[in-house]
Design a protein around this ligand. Structure first.
Ligand SMILES: Cc1cc2nc3c(=O)[nH]c(=O)nc-3n(C[C@H](O)[C@H](O)[C@H](O)COP(=O)(O)OP(=O)(O)OC[C@H]3O[C@@H](n4cnc5c(N)ncnc54)[C@H](O)[C@@H]3O)c2cc1C
Length: 394
């Protein structure tokens, strides 16, 4: 693996040092927030280069508020296409009017973004301030009273006042410091596949969104201004861990056989042509404590909520921004980390529970759920239902 790095600015020598593992949304947000709070962060990223890809992100709530405090909102314009149409498809691909994403949710504004929009906004904010070292990550972590040392895969040792594990759902920092992933991963009985498509679906216009659902299966195509559509598929299986070891194309063609008229075959063809397909089981991460000494987990590594919460990126940013503010309020990391967790945990718990409920909306578990979902979508397309929806969503 090749290593490269970006060049940093030079903060005061006395600034406390933070080693941030992972340059995803949470890691970049942590580095930006800590730098603003007077820290000297260093990011190490396993991938040899920036990870700029990704899928859609519904962006609202605490993440939106934190992005506003960090001054990022101007770099994050809403991607919705005003001309775009929303459709629901049944298992034979017949189209009916779909559910529009609201502009407000629970009293806060909501933007539709791409993960790459968030990554770019954060990267551009940190790139002249913080060193990012690519192609490396920790292989061992040791702590003493005065600091934490991480041995990296390139053989170097980094010493810091705080180590932030923002290295995603399959976190190495968590495995090294808190124990094996199996202790903390709660698997849903389904698998997600996602990719950026190379063209709109036949018969669809740029900006159109199509959602096809059936018990145990669903297919989503979300479209945006100035970007090709993003597709994701969910299917239910009692053995998700075994399913994701199969070839994605083979597993998906079997799971979606005969489903969604022309919609799903076109998505599967696009996935065949795509160089980057996400194919993973859907799991939450649940730990009783997110820090041990001077090591703290952040984002998916600490609390992965699943795509069903619609809050994973947002809570990564919110958690990072609150962490920096809380560190500034305390004398040492240990009191700050406890206080940070006390303030953040109720929100995370709420979104994890919400994800459990919302998984039935993303993919109905059975015929009853399917009928209820379709009834709900149809109701929101009546004048009374639309007004009621607005009241309920704030
Ligand atoms: C289909 C889909 C739809 C989603 N929709 C939404 C949505 O609508 N709204 C929303 O807010 N969220 C959404 N999410 C969730 C959101 O994308 C994630 O919660 C969020 O991106 C997690 O960011 P992270 O930085 O914590 O982790 P990651 O994005 O996983 O980043 C971790 C980084 O750490 C690096 N890394 C890993 N291991 C090491 C190592 N050992 N050493 C060094 N670096 C390492 C990785 O290469 C990566 O760059 C969705 C997710 C999916 C899959």
């Amino acid at each position: 693996m090749t290593s490269s790095s970006t060049s940093p600015s030079h903060p005061p020598r006395t600034a406390p040092r933070a080693l941030v593992v992972g340059s995803g949304i949470s890691g970049l947000a942590a580095a930006l927030s800590l730098h603003r709070a007077g820290w000297q962060p260093l990011i190490v990223e396993r991938s040899p280069r920036r990870r700029t890809g990704g899928y859609f992100v519904r962006f609202n709530g605490p993440g939106y508020a934190a992005a506003e405090r960090l001054g990022l909102l101007d770099s994050l314009p809403d991607r919705r296409d005003p001309q775009g149409r929303m459709f629901e498809a049944d298992s034979r691909g017949r189209l009916t009017p779909g559910l529009a994403f609201p502009r407000q949710l629970n009293g806060t504004p909501m933007r539709m973004l791409l993960r790459s929009d968030l990554e770019r906004a954060l990267y551009e904010a940190v790139r002249d301030l913080v060193e990012i070292r690519y192609g490396t990550g920790p292989v061992a972590v040791a702590q003493d009273r005065d600091g934490v040392s991480a041995t990296l895969s390139d053989g170097s040792v980094e010493r810091a006042d705080l180590l932030i594990g923002a290295d995603g759902v399959h976190s190495t920092v968590r495995s090294l410091v808190f124990g094996p992933e199996d202790l903390y991963r709660k698997d849903f009985d389904h698998v997600v596949a996602a990719c950026v498509m190379d063209a709109p679906l036949p018969g669809m216009r740029e900006g159109d969104t199509v959602v096809a659902t059936a018990p145990g299966r669903s297919a989503w195509i979300n479209s945006y201004r100035d970007h090709p559509p993003v597709a994701f598929l969910l299917h239910r299986t009692p053995w998700p861990a075994a399913e994701i070891r199969r070839k994605p194309a083979e597993a998906l063609r079997q799971a979606f056989a005969g489903f969604g008229g022309d919609v799903v075959p076109a998505m599967l063809d696009a996935m065949d042509r795509s160089e980057s397909v996400l194919f993973d089981q859907v799991s939450q991460i649940r730990l009783n404590r997110w820090s041990q000494g001077r090591v703290v987990l952040l984002g998916d590594s600490a609390w992965c909520m699943t795509l069903h919460s619609g809050q994973g990126s947002g809570m990564g940013i919110a958690g990072a921004e609150l962490l920096a503010r809380t560190l500034a309020e305390h004398d040492g990391p240990s009191a700050a980390l406890g206080d940070w967790e006390r303030r953040l945990r109720p929100l995370v718990t709420r979104h994890q529970k919400e994800a459990l409920r919302m998984r039935h909306f993303f993919m109905p578990a059975n015929t009853f759920g399917y009928i209820a979902r379709r009834g709900f979508v149809r109701a929101t397309n009546t004048p009374v239902g639309a007004r009621l929806g607005k009241v309920l969503m704030g």
